[in-house]
Design a protein around this ligand. Structure first.
Ligand code: CO
Ligand code: CO
Ligand code: CO
Length: 305
């Protein structure tokens, strides 16, 4: 699996029963504390392995660093990243650093999966439940944090969410027979959902009132703390989304680019109760049914107020 499908990671078959899963992700700091930023960046990079149903085995650091910031914060970032990789049961085996005007950190992660057991973004069927495993709002909250409209303490819940590994959610997804899986990152909830639908006539209904947000998200959106990425996502994907009667700010928030977001799953409808129970047990962030897949109507995605 490579460039032709919009999946979370590349899968390269090594033998009959073993395939490599490979992914890379890095970005500029979204919180002030370097150790926490390292944790979040690592959880975010590892997530694409989990979203493919893989097990991470090794990670390589990618660090861009302005020398005038000194080495102490850089070391803390690397320490935070390494801690998360250890928690994932994988090992940091190297990396590379370059000098840059702006700090950036992330990882290239390698995982393993049995061929045929990959969880891909495609595969949902009409009637399947759309399940989300972390609240939304990290792009909006990070923008408010940068603008000093919120303190670090006020975004603590979102920070907890961002550094939470998607390992438990992926384990639960497999247990409940999820038919499709991706993680919510830069394209926002609706962008990644559209990637799950493909061109074949599958559609999805989203109940906006069922979508969970981190505290203060909609309030900050109302104050204009919406990152450019949310507007860009809406421009790019909005044509495939019908959202009559949905509040403008809420719709913006559904396009908010996420850092280390949750998994988005297609779960067979008969599994609803068991799925939510297993997901809530395995994933401390929780689990929410936010809509359902169906035959495509007049728009690929219909959002109800
Ligand atoms: Co992804
Ligand atoms: Co990615
Ligand atoms: Co080198």
């Amino acid at each position: 699996m490579g460039l032709e499908t919009p999946d979370d990671a590349a899968v390269f078959r090594l033998s009959e029963d073993l395939a490599l899963v490979q992914t890379l992700d890095f970005f500029t700091p979204i919180v002030d504390d370097p150790f926490t930023f390292g944790q979040i960046a690592a959880a975010n990079a590892l997530s694409d392995i989990y979203a493919m149903g893989g097990r991470p085995i090794t990670a390589l650091n990618i660090l861009c660093w302005p020398c005038e910031l000194g080495s102490e914060a850089a070391v803390e970032i690397l320490r935070g990243g390494a801690e998360k990789v250890r928690e994932a049961g994988a090992a940091v085996v190297g990396g590379h650093t370059v000098e840059d005007k702006e700090p950036k950190f992330g990882m290239a992660v390698t995982g393993l999966v049995r061929p045929g057991e990959e969880l891909t973004a495609a595969g949902a069927r009409p009637g399947d439940l759309l399940v989300l495993t972390k609240p939304l709002g990290t792009g909006i909250l990070a923008t408010a944090l940068k603008g000093d409209f919120l303190t670090a303490a006020e975004v603590e819940e979102a920070v907890e969410g961002m550094r939470l590994l998607n390992a438990g959610a992926a384990r639960a997804a497999r247990k409940v027979g999820a038919r499709a899986c991706t993680d919510v990152t830069g394209f926002g909830l609706l962008g990644h959902l559209l990637n799950m639908l493909g061109e074949e006539g599958l559609g999805c209904l989203v109940e906006a009132s069922s979508v969970p947000f981190y505290p203060r998200t909609l309030e900050m959106a109302a104050m204009g703390m919406v990152p450019a990425g949310a507007h860009n996502n809406r421009l790019f994907y909005g044509g495939d989304v019908k959202a009559e009667g949905v509040d403008e700010l809420l719709l913006c928030a559904l396009f908010d680019p996420q850092t280390s977001g949750g998994l988005l799953l297609a779960v067979p409808p008969q599994e609803e109760e068991e799925a939510l129970e297993v997901l809530k047990r395995e994933n401390p962030a929780g689990a929410w049914v936010i809509g359902s897949f169906r035959e495509r109507g007049d728009a690929k995605v219909v959002v109800l107020p």
